[in-house]
Design a protein around this ligand. Structure first.
Ligand code: 3NM
Ligand code: MG
Length: 534
């Protein structure tokens, strides 16, 4: 009889030096079993058949001790030789129908699918489960065909959920590609629970993971941690329809802000900027002034090393090209794997088709801790996140243009996107609106000169990456502290008698960022009384 399978934490193995290193695969898998994986797929693209069979036999033995099924990637012959529970077939492997004839009805057959068409074929051929991917960019599999993001997975789940017939209803699903401890909450939130009555995709049964388990230093602990992650942790725990905040929360925020500014000063976090040519110099100066350590590097190949240092990353789409996007994707993968915060600045997101596509590409690449943009850009983000919006007028240039939304509408929009993406969303403007999906604030600080100098918005992104990196415990509070530090410095700079306009404003602004930070560190002023936060 076919075994009942719990697909919730599906381990796919890898025997390469880059992921397994010089450790013994069987020992590593045993640790993962002790940590709680529920299915194991032996995937080995390099060893000879004799090694595959002997390794698979050892794996099968330890899997049986834990009552966990063992699936073999690609090799129906190896599965037969070992007598394990099934096979997993990619699009280029043996067809499902042939494999079924060879293996019989009692074995599990899984199939990799990246599109509705492929899902349809696999369902009709009698697959037991689908591995849907690639979810996020991953260094583990070089030849992934399509990075489809959360929305791509949802489309396939939606198709399956709405197909009549026993096969589509009963088929199991897991998603794969770039899943790790830092984005699993998002995956759970977006795929495990239907978000409303009008859109009801099939609920996914599990996640398939390679490197976040196999490459972990402590495999058992990493597995146990992945198992313990859902349901989502604070500050994302509340799932009420309206974003609310208590006076207690406001007090906590006020007390946190000076501490966060001091934390940036004391930790000097790396602020890694992948930003456009126009603002590099200004952004680096702002990073230094707030106490962060700037690095302006657009080379995706060095992102993995930088991510390990433990700072924050800014992805600024200002001068996006196919080349820069490929670099961005590498960096997103690296920072998501290391757990460091990423700020996405989707400059001009709605302005052209290329920029819309670039935003979808980036949002499919991984998880962003904060997305900031002006009103038009955030409307573009909403679309890329899968919200259906009435088509508003085409954006002109990267400046924001006239506002289309009321403050209440802005608050609604940012909180809905933040809840869907499990992150923080900031809509900048004369009044900034920021939300983590649970709590929403508006901030009425800043000065008009900020809008008259090139790249001030980008340098706010730089600031936020540093603040979130210095205070990872509470992303929303960290971001608000960064915004206030930035905007109150702008107000003070503009008020100086020697500042005559946007030109003289810039150096005064950098001075103010620096002096106000030192004032906070030395507890000299309580400038928060000028903050207009609601
Ligand atoms: N298959 P990690 S992605 C084996 O998209 C595999 O079909 C994929 O590795 C697909 O968890 C992938 O380390 C690798 O990102 C996933
Ligand atoms: Mg294959």
């Amino acid at each position: 009889m076919k075994p009942q399978v719990d697909y919730s934490l599906y381990l796919v193995t890898d025997s390469t030096a880059a992921i397994l290193g010089d450790r013994n695969l069987v020992e590593v898998v045993e640790q993962a079993l002790l940590g709680g994986v529920t299915v194991v797929q032996y995937r080995d693209k390099s060893n000879d058949t004799g090694v595959l069979i002997s390794t698979a036999k050892q794996l099968h033995k330890i899997c049986q001790q834990h009552s966990v099924p063992l699936i073999i990637n690609d090799r129906v012959d190896v599965a037969l030789a070992v007598g394990c529970e099934g096979v997993h077939l990619g699009q280029d492997d043996m067809g499902i129908t042939n494999a079924r004839q060879i293996l019989g009805d009692d074995k599990i057959i899984g199939a990799t699918v990246s599109s509705i068409d492929e899902a349809k074929v696999a369902v009709e051929a009698g697959a037991d489960y689908l591995g849907i991917g690639t979810l996020y960019a991953t260094a583990t599999k070089k030849n992934t065909k399509d990075i489809i993001g959360i929305n791509g997975i949802r489309k396939i789940l939606y198709y399956l959920g709405h197909q009549a017939g026993e096969a589509s209803q009963s088929i199991k699903t897991v998603c794969i590609g770039g899943i790790n401890a830092s984005n699993l909450k998002l995956v759970h939130h977006r795929l495990y629970a239907p978000s409303s009555n009008s859109e009801r995709p099939k609920t996914i049964d599990g996640v398939a993971i390679v490197s976040a388990i196999i490459a972990a230093k402590d495999v058992r602990e990493a597995t146990a941690n992945l198992k313990s992650l859902p349901p989502a942790l604070p500050p994302f725990e509340v799932d009420t329809a309206d974003a609310v905040k208590s006076s207690e929360e406001e007090k906590l925020l006020a007390a946190a802000i000076p501490r966060i500014i001091r934390a940036v000063h004391e930790k000097g976090p790396l602020s890694h900027n992948m930003t456009n040519l126009v603002v590099q110099n200004f952004a680096a100066s702002v990073a230094l002034a707030i106490g962060a350590s700037p690095i302006m590097s657009n080379n995706g190949d060095e992102a993995a090393d930088l991510a390990k240092i433990g700072g924050g990353l800014v992805i600024n789409m200002g001068t996006a090209t196919p080349d820069s996007l490929a670099n961005h994707r590498k960096a997103i993968t690296a920072y998501n794997a290391a757990g460091g915060p990423i700020v996405l600045d989707p400059v001009g997101a709605g302005a052209t088709t290329a920029r819309r596509d670039a935003l979808s590409f980036l949002m499919a690449s991984g998880y962003f801790d904060l997305i900031k943009g002006n009103e038009r850009e955030i409307l573009g983000v909403a679309r890329a996140s899968g919200f259906i919006l009435e088509d508003s007028s085409q954006q002109r240039g990267v400046d924001s243009g006239a506002s289309l939304l009321t403050l209440a509408e802005k608050a609604y929009l940012v909180s809905r996107i933040a809840r869907r993406e499990r992150n923080v969303v900031l809509m900048t403007g004369a009044v900034d609106v920021i939300s983590d999906g649970t709590t929403t604030y508006s901030i009425s600080n800043g000065h008009a000169y900020l809008g008259m100098v090139t790249g001030s918005g980008c340098t706010l992104g730089t600031t936020l990456a540093a603040f979130m990196s210095a205070h990872p415990q509470h992303k929303l509070h960290a971001a608000i502290a960064g915004i206030l530090h930035f905007e109150l410095a702008a107000e003070a700079a503009a008020a100086r008698p020697d500042v005559k306009g946007p030109g003289t404003f810039v150096p005064a602004f950098i001075d103010e960022l620096y002096h106000r930070r030192i004032d906070v560190v030395e507890s000299r002023v309580d400038w928060l009384d000028r903050a207009a936060v609601k």
